[in-house]
Each structure stands twice: as C-alpha cells, then as structure tokens.
Design a binder for this molecule. Structure first.
Ligand SMILES: CC(C)(COP(=O)(O)OP(=O)(O)OC[C@H]1O[C@@H](n2cnc3c(N)ncnc32)[C@H](O)[C@@H]1OP(=O)(O)O)[C@@H](O)C(=O)NCCC(=O)NCCS
Length: 167
C-alpha cells in the first residue's frame, strides 16, 4: 500500500529541546533508558539494530520516534514521536519515554506538543495514544495535549486505555 501522507518533520526545535532522527551514537543512552523500565538492559548490538530499523522505517512510513535533547544541558533525555504501534499509519500513535531524573519539568508536554504540530502538518485527521490505566503522568500529558479517553480494552497486562485527539 502506498503512503498518501507527506513525511513528518524529523528535525524539530522547541523552546528548550531539540528533537532529531536517531544516530548510531544514541545506542548507549537508549540502553540506559530501557534499563529504567526495570527489565534487563538490552545488548549494545540489539539497540544498534533497533536504531537502524527505526531509521529505515522512518523513510518508509514518513513517521518516527525522535530523540529528545535538552538545549542547555546538551544531554539526551529520551524520545518522543509517532509510531504505528497498535494503530495504523493513517491514524498513528504518539509515544514518549524520558529518563526519570528529568520527569516533572514539562519536557514530555513540550516535546509531544511539537510532535502533534508535526502530525497536523502531515494532514492526518486523528492521533491515538494507548496507555495503561495506572500511568497517571502519561494521562496528564495527553490531557494537556487535548486527547480524550475513547475506549478501554483488557489484555494479559491489564487495562489499556485508547485516547484520541481529533486534529
Ligand atoms: C509519561 C512521561 C513521559 C511524562 O514525562 P514528564 O516530562 O514528566 O511530563 P510533563 O512534566 O510534561 O507532565 C507530567 C504531568 O503529569 C503530572 N503527574 C505526574 N505524576 C503524577 C501523579 N502521580 N499524580 C498526578 N499527576 C502526576 C505532573 O504533575 C504533570 O502535570 P502538570 O503539568 O499539570 O503538573 C514520563 O513519566 C515517562 O517517561 N514515563 C515512563 C514511560 C511512559 O510511561 N511512557 C508513556 C507510555 S504510554
């Protein structure tokens, strides 16, 4: 199936952040970020492959997760962007994950607001976000972005809420 949407912007600047396409050199901090989930840190090779596949699929799909870097501290704090995820290329999901030490400073809201603008510029009509029912911080970010709770499903990991923003 051909992609009818223009590519999203992969190089974005906000007041405090840079959002960029993944580079091979992002493998080290990305491993640390995944380690914060309380699961085993993936190998360097596995993460490198993941970065390569993110770069390839961004060219194919015209959407991507982007790295998030602070301008002042010049450090990588996580990622934010659009993915097909549990949805579709036409109505993708927004996703974000930041290092715990940076939480509570409005960075996810700032990065994801810029991603929503990038999504609007691709002429998409709807963006989804799927969130586990316990994830209060994520719901709050979505609320600030204008998402509304649409429906819930239950799977082996518990309740999953589908949130929607009409663009
Ligand atoms: C979700 C996540 C990206 C939010 O990042 P962040 O930079 O802290 O988000 P922001 O600072 O922009 O906004 C967080 C909001 O949630 C609120 N919040 C956070 N924890 C909360 C809690 N336990 N109870 C009530 N509100 C809470 C904050 O006060 C803030 O709202 P406010 O601006 O009205 O004060 C971050 O928690 C994270 O990386 N979590 C792990 C990965 C994850 O869960 N990703 C989402 C998967 S769906």
């Amino acid at each position: 199936m051909t992609n009818k949407f223009p590519s999203m912007n992969f190089e974005i600047e906000t007041e405090r952040l840079y959002l960029n396409m993944w580079e091979e050199s992002d493998a080290n901090w990305y491993r640390e970020l995944i380690g914060e989930r309380g699961i085993a840190k993936p190998s360097y090779e596995k993460v490198q492959k993941k970065i390569l596949s993110l770069r390839e699929s961004s060219l194919e799909n015209g959407i991507s997760l982007l790295t998030v870097r602070r301008k002042d501290e010049e450090d990588f704090i996580g990622y934010c962007g659009l993915i097909i995820g549990r949805s579709t290329l036409e109505e993708p999901e927004i996703a974000y994950e930041l290092f715990q030490r940076t939480h509570g400073n409005g960075y996810a809201t700032e990065a994801s607001s810029a991603i929503m603008e990038a999504a609007i510029a691709t002429n998409r009509r709807r963006i989804w976000a799927t969130v586990r029912s316990w994830n209060i911080a994520s719901f709050r970010v979505l609320e600030k972005l204008g998402f509304i709770r649409h429906h819930s499903i239950c799977d082996e990991n518990g309740e999953l809420v589908w949130n929607l923003r009409d663009l």
